[in-house]
Design a protein around this ligand. Sequence first.
Ligand SMILES: Nc1ncnc2c1ncn2[C@@H]1O[C@H](COP(=O)(O)OP(=O)(O)OP(=O)(O)O)[C@@H](O)[C@H]1O
Ligand SMILES: [Mg+2]
Length: 259
Amino acid sequence: MIEIKNLKKHYVSGVLKKTVTKAVDGVDLSVPKGMIYGLTGESGCGKTTLAMSILRLVEPTSGSIIINGREFTRLNGLKLRRLRPKYQIIWQNPESSLNPRMRLADAIMEPLRYFKKCAKNEEKDVLEKYCKMVELSPDLLNRYPHEISGGESQRAVIARILTMEPELLIADEPTSSLDILVQAQILKLLKKIQRELGITLIFISHDLQVIRYMCHQVAVMFKGKIIEKGTCEKIFTNPREKHSMELVENTLGEWRIAT
Ligand SMILES: Nc1ncnc2c1ncn2[C@@H]1O[C@H](COP(=O)(O)OP(=O)(O)OP(=O)(O)O)[C@@H](O)[C@H]1O
Ligand SMILES: [Mg+2]
């Protein structure tokens, strides 16, 4: 479904002296439809930049992204705007995706209303359907984001995204800001939704236990490049690259995600 070829994103920054950061530096990746594909690596290796480049939330410096046979990097204007709702991202911090002055019901319905995809008299049913899907209590729908917990916020964010019926979802450390129990609940929920709806999910985490629980395949990034990829089983039991070995040794301790 997604074919990424030689993708690069180089940031030019600096005030006194220009510096170039090669945040993504020649990534090749192919993600089959309906799969959970993990992306891992140490902080600063370029995971978020790769995610943003794939969705063109930042413009890639060069390279190609083919989604469903279509060259995504070449789309512009109306064609790009039409596709955007189908490709979604969940951020680490749910509060950043919810307007603090909007009640949850309105926040969840906002994109549907914006794209005029739902008649006024259908709104209640739609809300009920998505609350059920993400296991969010309907009692919370008239609250503001600061009146609910982090886990509930992330459920509301997921509900809002699901209303757009996404084909491709990127989750960038979606549970890192949550406590361990809630983290496990949200991971389970994401897994269930992905399976039921057949969404292609790129799942980013620096936590290999989370990757192992969630993903079918995984790619390890290091300094803007993918240094190793394969099934979780292969990478976790027989990593070939020195850096993947270090990651596995350092982060796979005692199993702690209740399955
Ligand atoms: N807008 C920007 N301008 C300049 N450099 C940037 C910009 N955004 C990110 N970078 C740099 O690109 C590199 C990769 O950053 P990125 O946020 O993609 O890493 P990451 O793997 O997601 O890290 P983390 O695990 O901490 O979230 C870092 O060196 C970062 O400083
Ligand atoms: Mg990041």
